[in-house]
Design a protein around this ligand. Sequence first.
Ligand code: DLZ
Length: 167
Amino acid sequence: MATNLKNLSSYDHTAVPDASKMKFGIVVAEWNEVITKALLAGAVGTLKKHNVKEENIHIEWVPGSFELVLGAQYFAEFDDIDAILVLGCVIQGETRHFDFICQGVTQGITDLNLKYNLPFIFGLLTTDNQQQAVDRAGGKHGNKGDEAAVTAIKMVGMKEKIQKNNM
Ligand code: DLZ
């Protein structure tokens, strides 16, 4: 949770492995586009900061957050990718739609991680209102997209390290 104790864009740069050979897929939701564009900018900027090449960042848009899971699965099935980031923003409304979308995406992403043995990174903002989303998409609590990018690089690095140690 982004709180006063944790800014989403703060991390120890020395603890992030070099990502110059890594390849990432990013699936972004069109709903709440102002927010998701900011998440995407954060994620891409952070990947590049850690030497990911432009041609190794593959971006696809889906209509809403509910479609993030299938979009991510398409990357896993049809592309040679090291990790997939999903970026979306679900804002609480008057109905229970929020709960169903959040549950679906959370469980879906969890299942994909295990099914494909690949890092699928959960870059979904689930907020009570627009301001909370703004605060976490490059605002006072940092950018969830930055956090997703760093997490993706770290997970790929971890997998590579364990594979190397066991060869
Ligand atoms: C329908 C819907 C609603 C009410 N709210 C959001 C939202 O806050 N964030 C989001 O990413 N998507 C929302 N959607 C769209 C659903 O995710 C999905 O695209 C549709 O239900 C069609 O499957």
